[in-house]
Write a protein that binds this ligand. Structure first.
Ligand SMILES: NC(=O)c1ccc[n+]([C@@H]2O[C@H](COP(=O)([O-])OP(=O)(O)OC[C@H]3O[C@@H](n4cnc5c(N)ncnc54)[C@H](O)[C@@H]3O)[C@@H](O)[C@H]2O)c1
Length: 254
């Protein structure tokens, strides 16, 4: 994707950026000139992503960490301070999607999903927002899902609850941070082609159903989610905060 925006004076942190949507978002910001911290719990993919982006001339570093671990999140923002002493954009993208029937959903998986998908963004937001407040502004983007709005999936109760929580958290944060020049928006993808949806895409009947339900009649690409993130983080969206944006081919028009 060719950069449409200039982020050359900006520092961006993207969680879960070792692959999939997070990697597309980190790549788009790097292409637009940003300095990028690439976080992922999977150290190998974080290091590979950072090395690939650095090879194209971008100023990027990897910080492997579990976003649900307060000490590691604190260390990550400490590392960003040390390297750039600046944070302008935080993208809370890291997420997991366990599949269980509610009848026998393991409590451990329920808690882990809320920890990663909701507590992780809370922790990262706190660290980023304190710094953004001191610098006079910033942008926080929370990658939620249409599953957290009006489009329930199936056998994904913890995921839907965490993403609905993230949409509510987004609005509350937008309200509280607005006086400090910090804008907060949620991005709600539909079905996007990434490793997370690989097992679903192998199901031909499911794919046919989706195509029938999606007005644009195809799944989305990670780069299409990244394009919305770039716009939301840019000054072109300077009057936009507290909104949960769909990027889903028209599947969810509510
Ligand atoms: N793919 C879709 O169709 C879709 C739809 C709606 C929302 N989303 C959301 O978009 C985000 C990215 O999804 P994706 O499809 O790229 O998923 P993915 O599974 O392909 O990638 C997720 C990345 O997050 C990392 N991660 C997982 N737990 C982490 C943790 N605790 N700390 C740090 N990193 C962690 C993983 O290692 C992985 O690299 C997720 O929040 C997901 O819920 C995806």
């Amino acid at each position: 994707m060719s950069p449409s925006y200039d982020f050359s004076h900006k520092v961006v942190c993207v969680t879960g950026a070792g692959r999939g949507i997070g990697l597309a978002i980190a790549s788009a910001f790097a292409e637009a000139g940003a300095r990028v911290c690439v976080n992922d719990i999977d150290a190998e993919s974080a290091l590979r992503a950072a090395s690939d982006l650095s090879a194209t001339g971008s100023d990027v570093f990897a910080f492997p960490a579990d976003v649900a671990d307060p000490a590691r999140v604190s260390a990550m923002f400490g590392a960003i301070d040390q390297r750039w002493d600046q944070i302008d954009v935080l993208v809370n993208n890291a997420g997991i999607e366990p599949v269980h029937s509610l009848f026998d959903h393991p409590l451990s998986d329920w808690r882990r999903t809320l920890d990663v998908n909701l507590t992780g963004p809370f922790l990262c937001t706190q660290h980023a927002a304190r710094r953004m407040r001191d610098r006079g502004g910033g942008v926080i983007l929370n990658i939620a899902s249409i599953a957290g709005k009006s489009q329930p999936l199936y056998l994904r109760s913890a995921y839907a609850a965490s993403k609905a929580g993230l949409v509510g958290f987004t609005k509350e944060a937008a309200r509280e941070f607005a006086p400090y020049g910090i804008r907060v928006n949620a991005v709600c993808p539909g079905v996007i082609v990434t490793p997370m949806t690989e097992h679903l895409r192998e199901d031909a009947a499911q794919m046919a159903r989706w195509r029938g339900e999606i007005p644009l009649a195809r799944l989305g690409e990670a780069e299409e989610v990244a394009a919305l993130c770039l716009w939301l983080a840019s000054d072109a969206a300077s009057y936009v905060t507290g909104v949960a944006w769909h990027v889903d081919g028209g599947k969810n028009m509510a």
